[in-house]
Write a protein of this length. Structure first.
Length: 382
């Protein structure tokens, strides 16, 4: 894959890698002349620098970074000084580039508001579903107004996201779907296997089911616990960290597991840097989001490791998993059906065929190479 010779400035408002920033690290490979502008100093700076990509930081105050998309008009007014400072930085850095690629909502707002001066083309990767569950009315109004006027292309990460975007009345000059790509090279196992060894010893001969992702209500860990209560001979691990605002939810999960006498059937592992070690030891993986997700990166990662995934039939997951061919789908929030599908998956006599089908589908449709190729085609037509 040859890199394009256009001058592209990538930007995001965070300093630590999340899903959008992991995607950006792959997209950097598609462009020869590129630079990254961050609005926060963090580990992402060192990661980008290690790739040999020029990176600069305009560190803004916490008020700008901590404004949430669920925020009100009043809270937005408080960040105006920081927004002005960011816009001045955007104008200064944009002058040397032809295309600005915004990887977050806040970075898009900054470059959109300053476009009347820098006049560069803007490609915005919109990585979330625009809905009332995720965005306040004020935030949706701002996004709608700015995208219509200033976004040359909005990139959605699934057809489901595009549908929700349009259903919310959002418009820009052009909208395209580019699936989030995952590196297909199997990660090397961690040298320290002590935690994995303990889980295997605890597992014994029982089937092991894994769930991965941030501990928060809409991710549906509570649904998984209810399903597990109907599977007495199975064990489960929940891998993922908790943000401060979700501490009470995390506590409620432990309490519910105790009420259902599942304490010896489930382990809450917490955040782990290398989740692939944990995916590898699982017999099957579940995805339990009670709200539609725009994509579902961990689903693809598990499929690439030849794991059967049982995912909710909503959002981007329905485009990743082909029901009963490369995995299984079930109605969101239906613990009874989730438990039944887990039994079906583990007892499937064609299990290995399905696992190979899952890996093949992930490689063909959701690889980082495919994403970069689609991105190059997009840039050539902006």
């Amino acid at each position: 894959m040859s890199a394009l010779n256009q001058k592209v400035l990538f930007t995001t408002h965070v300093g630590s890698p999340g899903g959008a920033e992991i995607k950006m690290l792959e997209l950097l490979n598609a462009v020869e002349q590129r630079e990254v502008l961050l609005f926060e100093k963090g580990s992402l700076f060192d990661t980008i620098k290690a790739k040999g990509v020029p990176v600069i930081v305009e560190d803004l105050n916490k008020g700008f970074r901590q404004y949430k998309r669920e925020g009100s008009t009043l809270s937005a007014l408080k960040v105006i000084p920081s927004l002005f400072k960011a816009s001045v930085s955007a104008i200064r850095h944009a002058r040397n580039y032809e295309i600005i690629v915004c990887m977050s909502q806040k970075s898009f707002v900054v470059f959109a508001l300053s476009k009347v001066i820098h006049r560069k083309k803007i490609v915005w990767f919109m990585n979330d579903i625009v809905s009332s569950e995720h965005f306040s009315g004020f935030s949706r109004t701002v996004i709608k107004s700015l995208a219509r006027v200033f976004a040359d292309t909005v990139v959605l990460n699934s057809k489901s996201s595009l549908h929700e975007w349009q259903a919310a009345g959002m418009h820009s000059k052009r909208e395209v779907v580019i699936y989030s790509g995952v590196n297909t090279t199997r990660p090397k196992p961690s040298e320290d296997t002590s935690d994995i060894d303990k889980i295997k010893e605890w597992q014994g001969n029982a089937p092991l089911i894994g769930m991965f992702g941030r501990i928060t209500h809409w991710k549906g860990q509570h649904v998984f616990i209810e399903a597990l209560s109907k599977l007495p001979n199975h064990k489960a691990i929940v891998v993922g960290g908790t943000h401060f605002e979700d501490d009470s939810y995390a506590s409620s999960l432990a309490e519910r597991a105790a009420q259902l006498k599942l304490s010896n059937q489930i382990k809450f592992v917490g955040h782990r840097a290398n989740i692939f070690d944990y995916i590898d030891i699982c017999d099957t993986i579940v995805h339990c989001s009670v709200l539609p997700e725009p994509f579902g990166r961990v689903i693809v990662e598990a499929m690439l490791m030849e794991k059967i995934v049982i995912a909710t039939a909503a959002g981007g997951a329905t485009e990743i998993v082909k029901d009963e061919e490369s995995g299984y789908l079930y109605p969101p929030g239906d613990a009874e059906e989730l438990a039944r599908k887990i039994k079906v998956a583990l007892a499937n006599p064609s299990r290995q065929t399905m696992q190979r089908s899952a890996k093949r589908r992930a490689e063909e449709l959701f690889s980082s190479d495919k994403m970069c190729q689609d991105f190059q085609q997009l840039l050539s037509s902006v």
